[in-house]
Design a protein around this ligand. Structure first.
Ligand SMILES: Cc1ncc(COP(=O)(O)O)c(C=O)c1O
Length: 407
């Protein structure tokens, strides 16, 4: 659908497809968000207060969970969830190697050992068929990661978790508005952790939320997220007067504050508007790249509602005789911003050196790790820019295809 363009690549001195650099992501913040933040500023309550409490309630209702605990990142949510689930030294926690650093790092912070299970090639989600083989008597928790907003196969994962009496803590950083078999992500497992980082589907700049149906678990997480003390400022200084607090645990400074929640309250109202635009953009790319056999396109299973967080292509480097970084650098030279989600965690130096992970252990993750490139996809991205992204990808594929043939 995109016209043939056989021109010199910008990286080789040619004219870039876009005259100026296109950001990989731009947050969509409008006048309603500005007004709510100003309202928070003028309210006299800047730290965790009424807006945070309201956001917790509204977000939990939105995902269909009984409780929400607002924190300052998804990383924090994952960390307190692991601790509240009783994870500690000597335990093992299973997750996917195709995830962000923090999913694995918090396992280490909890004192446990990270164990990886390879991903399914189609969705790059943890492969339930490989899960059981990774379970040992020390396994305590499974952290499925809904990669790019596509929910994992939760029925299969839950069946295995139940059989082995393991807790599931979902990493839903990418999927605040996704469904699995009609159930909203956030309402399925004992704990689900969301991110409101600047590039996420809804943002509070930095921020996160844990949802759960268990009031005791929610309380434990809330206490751990605020120094381990028994009363947050909202309770300490409420109209009922100052109250003493006790240190129940050596907790963390992970609380969300009201300026963040002000953004979140408005962004949450816009979640359907954002989703509709993301879906349209996702489908545009699908059609635009359908004629490029050298590019693996993301797949959406018919039993999920994806949140379309990322559009991740995989460049079949073996067919173009180049590596991913060559393609990535050439695309950026065309002035197209990109992301890499993700280079497999087990191959990063800390994980290799500390736990002995090595190439060849998780072949599907490693295949993806060397090929993924995320293209710009966000509400507010102009159609004309999406067409330039498509044009740039075509330009590169045609160039490297021709180069290969000429060799
Ligand atoms: C899969 C995944 N998990 C966890 C996180 C951590 O989120 P946060 O930045 O809110 O801590 C991210 C952030 O990019 C992520 O992509």
């Amino acid at each position: 659908m995109v016209a043939e363009v056989m021109s010199t690549l910008a990286i080789d001195g040619g004219k870039p497809v876009r005259s100026e650099f296109l950001a990989f992501h731009r947050p969509n913040i409008g006048p309603a968000e500005e007004a709510e933040v100003i309202d928070a500023l003028r309210s006299g309550w800047l730290t965790t207060g009424p807006k945070t409490k309201k956001f917790e309630r509204e977000f939990a209702d939105f995902v269909g969970a009984k409780h929400g605990v607002a924190v300052n990142s998804c990383t924090a949510a994952l960390h307190v969830a692991l601790l509240a689930a009783g994870v500690g030294a000597g335990d093992e926690v299973i997750t996917s190697p195709i995830t962000f650093a923090s999913t694995a790092n918090v396992i280490v912070h909890s004192g446990a050992t990270p164990v990886f299970v390879d991903v399914e090639p189609a969705t790059l989600n943890l492969d339930p068929a490989k899960l059981e083989a990774a379970i040992t008597p020390r396994t305590k928790v499974i952290i499925p990661v809904h990669f790019a907003g596509h929910p994992c196969d939760m029925d299969e994962i839950k069946a295995i978790a139940d059989k082995h009496k393991l807790t599931i803590i979902e990493d839903a950083a990418h999927s605040p508005d996704a469904h699995y078999r009609g159930k909203r992500i956030g309402s399925i497992s004992p704990a689900t952790c969301f991110s409101f980082y600047a590039t996420k589907n809804i943002t509070t700049g930095e921020g996160g939320m844990l949802t759960t149906d268990d009031p005791a678990f929610a309380e434990k997480c809330a206490i751990l997220a605020l120094h381990g003390i028994s009363k947050d400022a909202w309770k300490r200084y409420s109209s009922s007067g100052y109250q003493h607090w006790d240190i129940l645990d050596p907790g963390f400074k992970y609380n969300m504050f009201d300026l963040q929640a002000a953004l979140g309250l408005v962004q949450l109202k816009r979640v359907d508007e954002f989703w509709t635009e993301r879906k349209r953009q996702f489908e545009f790319y699908g059609k635009a790249f359908a004629d490029l056999p050298e590019i693996i396109l993301p797949v959406i299973r018919d039993y999920v509602k994806s949140s379309y967080h990322l559009y991740v292509i995989q460049v079949k480097t073996e067919e173009l005789d180049i590596d991913r970084d060559t393609f990535m650098n050439a695309l950026q030279a065309e002035n197209i911003g990109i992301g890499i989600h993700f280079r497999a965690v087990h191959l990063h130096p800390f994980y290799k050196n500390t736990y002995g992970f090595a190439e060849g252990m998780f072949p599907n993750a490693e295949y993806a790790s060397d090929r993924v490139i995320s293209l710009p996809l966000y509400p507010g991205l102009p159609q004309a820019d999406m067409e330039l992204v498509a044009k740039a990808v075509h330009k590169l594929v045609q160039h490297y295809r021709a180069n290969k043939k000429a060799r």
